[in-house]
Design a protein around this ligand. Sequence first.
Ligand code: ATP
Length: 577
Amino acid sequence: MVNLVKYLRSYYGFILGAVALLFLQANCDLALPDYMSDIVNTGVMTGNTNYILKTGAIMLLITLLGTAASVMVGYFAARTAAGVARDLRSGVFKKVEQFTHAEFDHFSTASLITRTTNDITQLQTVLVMMIRLVFYAPILGVGGVIKAISSSSSMSWIIGIAVLCLIGVVVILFIVVIPKFKLIQSLIDRLNLVARENIEGMLVIRAFNTQKFEGARFDKANRDLLETNLFVNRAMALMMPVMMLIMNLVTVIIVWVGAKHVSALQMGIGDMMAYMQYAMQIIMAFLMMSMMFIMFPRAAVAADRIAEVLEKEESITDPEEPVPFREDFQPTIEFRNVGFAYPGGEDAVLHNINFVAPTGQTTAIIGSTGSGKSTLLNLLMRFYDVTAGEILVDGQDIRTVTRRSLREKIGYIPQKSTLFSGSIRSNLSYGDKKATQETLAKAAEIAQATEFIAAKEEGYDSVIAQGGTNVSGGQRQRLSIARALVKNAPIYLFDDSFSALDLKTDQNLRAALQRETGTSTILLVAQRVSTIMNAEQIIVLDNGRIVGKGTHNELLQTCEVYQEIAYSQLSEEELAR
Ligand SMILES: Nc1ncnc2c1ncn2[C@@H]1O[C@H](COP(=O)(O)OP(=O)(O)OP(=O)(O)O)[C@@H](O)[C@H]1O
C-alpha cells in the first residue's frame, strides 16, 4: 500500500493548496461562536442594534470566506482523487498487459476487472474524503477544545463524557464492520465471475436449458453481496442517529448546567451559547474522525488489492542485458532437451523435447489431444518459460533476447481465433499499422479470405463485432491467418489454425502458404494428417514425449502412434500415395 503513495506525487500542489484552505476554513468556523457570544452578551443584552448588525456582517463575511475555502478544498480534493484514480487505472492496466498466463491464473480475470474498476473507485471516494477531513477534523477538534476550556473550564466534564461515549460507539462499529469490508470485495469478484461466465456462455446455457441453475447461481452471488452490504450499511446508518442523540444530550446538559452558572452570574448567556457551539464542533470533529477510521480500512482493503497487482512479480521478464538478434537473422528453431511443467501443476507436460526446425521448412507437430502441442508453441512465444533445457532461435536462447524482439520475428495464429471490434481492415493491419491495401489483399488471398471479404457489401471496411462473433468460425480463422501473414514474419506458428476450414480450403491455403512464405520457417500444429503430410518434417507427440520424427512416408514405416492416427483418418488410396 505504501507504494501507492507515489501516485500522489504529481498532486502535491493540489494537496498543499487544500491543506492551506482547510486551515482557513477551520479558523473561520472556530471564530463564529465568539462573535455570536459578543452579539448576545453585548448587542442583545444592551439592545445595541448597530453592534448586532456590525458583528452580524462580520460573521456573514467570515461564513462566506469559510464557504469559499470549503468549495475550493472540494475542487482540489476531487481533482487529486480523480487524477490518482486515472493514474492507478493506467498503472494496473500496463502491469496486467505484462502478465503471463500464470499471473492471470493467480488473480482470475474477474478479480482483475474488479480491482481495476471497483477497487480504484472505492479508493477515489475515500481519498476525496480523507483530503477534506484528515486535517480539518483535528484542527476543528483541538481548536474547539482550547476555545471551550478557555470560555468555561468547569463544564469540560460534559465534553469529556461525550467524547468517551463517541469512542465507545466507534470502537463497537469498528469491531463489527471492518471484517465485512474484505468480504464485500471478494463477493464482488464472485459476482463478476458468475456474470462473466453467464454472458460468455449464454449459448451453451440456452442449449442445455440450464437458465434456472445459472439464475440460481447468480442469485446466490447477488444475495450474498446484498446481505453483506445491507449489514454494513445498517451498522453505518445506525451510527448517525446514535451520534445525533449524543449531540442532543450534550446540548441539553450544557443548557441545564450552563443555566445554573448563568443564574449564579458566573457566565453570560452568550458564553453559554458559544460553549454549546464549541461542544458541537468538537463532537462534529470526532464524528468526522470516526468516519475516517471506518472508511480507512475499507480503502486499505481496496489499496492492498490494487498494490498486490502492481507489485506482482512477473514470472517471465526480459533479461537485464538483452542480446539483439543477428543482422542476417536465420529463422532456425531448436528445442534442446526441453522439459516443462505448468506453474502449480504437479507433473511435467513436456519431457526431453529435442528437434530442429530448419530455415524455410515446415515442421508439423501432431499428436492426440493434450499431448502438449500447443504448450510447445506457447514456450516458443515465451508465454511460459521452459523448466528444463532451452529453446534456440537462430542459435540464441530465447531468454537472452527481449520478448518484443522475439515476437516481432513471429507470426502467431492461436488455436482460438480472436478478432477485435473494428473492421476487417483494422484487424488485418493489427500487426503492421502501415500495411498497404495491396499487402492486406495479398495476405487475404493466401489465407483464402478474398472471396468472403468481397462478398461483403463494405469489403475490407465491414464491421467486425466484439470477439469477431459476426463472422463464421472458419472465416474468423482465415482472418486470423491473414492478420499474421501481414506481419511478413520470418517464423510462423500455426496452432491448429486450420481446424475450422473445409478440406478444400485447407488444401488451397497450404498450397498458397508454401508458394508465398518461401524463406519463412513454419511450425504447424494440426490434428488432421492431410494438413501436415506434405511437411518436410513431422514430429509426433505422445504424452509430452516425441515418439516419432521424419516425413510422412518415413513415419508410416517407423512410428506406431503416427500409423494409428494416419490409418484412422486416411483412405487406402491416400495412404498409398
Ligand atoms: N494453463 C494450464 N495449466 C495447467 N495445465 C495445463 C494448462 N494448459 C494446458 N495444460 C495441460 O497441459 C497438457 C498439454 O496441453 P496442450 O494444450 O499443450 O495440449 P494439445 O496437445 O495442444 O491439446 P489439443 O490438441 O487438445 O489442443 C494437457 O494435459 C493440459 O491439461
